[in-house]
Ligand binder design. Structure first.
Ligand code: ATP
Ligand code: MG
Length: 597
């Protein structure tokens, strides 16, 4: 079976079967390195960076543009696959010359600049481990992760180093090398120039034998529910990145592809760097920040064909371009090249799917996965019908189930056994049968937590969901966020989505507030569209609107207006912080809160 036939066969009726991945794995025959690597412990060899970059140069696609970088000032520069092969080889040689080798951890603290791609892929070529950090992190979260992740090398800029790392350096004795991208290394003691080092390094590099099970990436989770965890991923994950980008994003080599996720998060790595390059697409790399005007212009000028973004970004676009509004931003642009739009990170409100259809001319395909799963698991994928508000169906090779839950919302485990809910429509913990290539192999330095994530042969996701009778999965909430009110279990997503259907509401975050009678009552924090005033008349209108839509048992009993809902830097509403503020409780780990230093 070839990739093409898998893709065609990926119609909804393909039974989930892990054997698909075994076949997929043996399909990585392009790898010239493969023969040399066969026979290694852990099976045949496979290097993520080889598959993403060198393979194209070897196959004489070296002249194709890999990266089309758009600077903050709109200057455009391009990097071909051939050039990327040479740059990453130089960086791998530079690491080697510093004595950095297999398993050593290289951190990046960079925005979306061409050097980021060189550093990530060069590190993987050198069989070192790459851990990306979000460049807007403050000094505490940076230090915390450098320490937790055993950082040996950090690649960053002079400005970021000065602001976030220089003071902390004495407390990080394991951090042997800091490489400064761009000018400034000379003035910063204890650092080296990335540019000088790579310029001096040879452009030929033989990738050392890489086992498919060698550690490749370390990713910290978003920290929505608590302190972030370091998830370990191996080189074999590339097989899943490739397959799922075909299934769920419909990527083809001729695509111009734009992923808006920050490279500091797993989406920015799996689908912002690895998967698209393995497919040989041209990747749009935007160094600028979010701005509705800029984004429409990017889609137009770059003639983006496949676009992968997040609900928070879509909601921001919706805020500036309401469905029936007078705004003409999308109309003023040529979006005709766009043929596939997907979203991840948070539940996608049905309103956003409909908005996509009306404003972009395309529906938005929601998909679900986690840092731990390394690749998309459940999706409204290209070959299947979209059900607005649903996460979609498990991808081929993925077996998902809803497990009976206990009082705390998590799966009920009795004598080590769990119960799969076969009847559709019942809410329970979403679980996955482990075994696909990009499944995380552990939480760094936390064996117990890793072990606790599994029961009875299932990986427990910590999310609640239900499955409909046709096999589409519907997100209910994180187990920690679900509200118990007067005997009902209420998922915040359902309430938030209903509120968003009101024309005044841009976004909502819903929590449970303890109540003597009901146990909890539903309280909604609501941000309004521009030009709408937070009046008590509107408050009453929204309460009534909620009751009409959801019924009195589920509807919010209190509404508060808040134009700055707290969110993680990866764009998720931080309900635990809304709850902590409301109840005057300790706010917990806020290292990933957007806007925090
Ligand atoms: P932490 O585990 O540190 O609390 P996090 O779970 O937010 O943080 P990520 O791995 O970045 O860290 O996010 C995965 C989670 O995001 C999922 O478990 C789910 O709760 C949410 N999520 C992702 N995609 C979707 C989606 N399409 N619909 C609903 N929820 C989603
Ligand atoms: Mg999580």
């Amino acid at each position: 079976m070839t990739w093409q036939t898998i893709r065609k066969d990926a119609a909804p009726d393909v039974p989930p079967n892990l054997a698909d991945y075994a076949r997929a794995r043996s399909d990585f025959t392009w790898s010239q390195a493969r023969t040399a690597l066969d026979g290694l412990p852990g099976g045949s060899g496979l290097n993520m960076a080889y598959e993403a970059v060198d393979r194209h140069a070897v196959a004489e696609r070296g002249d194709k543009v890999a990266l089309r970088c758009i600077g903050r000032d709109d200057t455009v520069s391009t990097v071909t696959y051939g050039e990327l092969t040479r740059r990453t080889a130089r960086f791998a040689n530079a690491l080697r010359s510093l004595g950095v080798g297999r398993g050593d951890v290289v951190f990046t603290l960079l925005g979306r600049c061409p050097e980021l791609y060189t550093a990530v892929l060069g590190t993987l070529k050198n069989t070192s481990v790459l851990c990306p950090l979000f460049s807007a992190f403050g000094p505490d979260p940076v230090e915390q992760r450098l320490r937790l992740g055993d950082a040996r090398v950090l690649v960053t800029t002079a400005a970021l180093y000065r602001r976030k790392v220089a003071d902390r350096r004495p407390s990080l004795p394991g951090l042997a090398h800091v490489l400064i991208v761009g000018p400034g290394a000379e003035e910063l003691p204890g650092t080296l120039s990335f540019d000088a080092l790579t310029a001096a390094a040879p452009e030929d590099f033989t990738i050392p034998p890489t086992s498919a099970e060698d550690m490749a990436l370390l990713h910290f989770t978003s920290g929505t529910t608590g302190a972030p965890k370091g998830a370990i991923h191996v080189h074999e994950a590339v097989v899943a990145h490739h397959a799922t980008a075909a299934y769920a994003l419909d990527l083809h080599p001729e695509d111009v592809y734009w992923c808006t996720a920050d490279p500091g998060w797993v989406t920015g790595m799996s689908y912002g760097i690895i998967a698209p390059l393995v497919h040989g697409v041209t990747l749009v790399v935007d160094e600028g920040d979010f701005d509705a005007r800029r984004w429409y212009r990017m889609l137009d000028e770059q003639q983006v064909s496949v676009w992968y973004t997040a609900p928070t970004a879509l909601r921001m676009l919706m805020r500036t371009t309401p469905r029936q509004g007078a705004h003409d931003l999308p109309a003023a642009h040529d979006l005709s090249a766009l043929r596939f739009v997907a979203s991840v990170g948070e539940p996608l409100n049905p309103e956003a799917v409909v908005w996509g259809q009306e404003v972009l001319g395309l529906p938005v395909h929601d998909n679900w996965w986690q840092t731990e799963t390394g690749c998309i698991m459940i999706a409204n994928y290209a070959a299947c019908e979209i059900r607005p508000g649903s996460m979609g169906r498990p991808l081929p090779g993925i077996e998902a189930a809803v497990l009976e839950r206990g009082e705390d919302g998590r799966a009920l485990i009795t004598d080590g056994r769990v119960t799969v809910l076969e009847t559709p429509g019942i809410e329970g913990e979403l679980a996955l049968r482990p075994g696909w290539p990009s499944m995380f192999r552990g939480y760094l330095h936390d064996k117990e937590r890793y072990a606790a994530a599994f029961a009875d042969g299932w990986y427990l996701t910590g999310d609640l969901a239900r499955r409909d009778e046709d096999g589409w999965f519907w997100f209910v909430g994180r187990a920690d966020d679900v509200i118990k009110s007067a005997g009902h279990l209420i998922g915040p997503f359902e309430v938030e989505s209903a509120l968003m259907e009101h024309p005044a509401v841009a976004e909502a975050g819903v929590i449970g507030r303890p109540d003597a009678v009901a146990g909890n009552i539903v309280k909604a924090f609501v941000s309004l569209r521009p030009g709408t005033e937070p009046t008590s008349a509107l408050e009453h209108e929204l309460l009534a609107f909620g009751r009409r839509r959801l019924g009195p048992a589920v509807a919010p009993r209190e509404i508060a207006f808040d134009q700055n809902l707290p969110r993680t830097r990866s764009g998720k509403v931080m309900r635990r912080l809304l709850r902590a503020r409301e109840l005057g409780l300790p706010t917990g780990d806020l290292s990933t809160l957007e806007g925090s230093a």
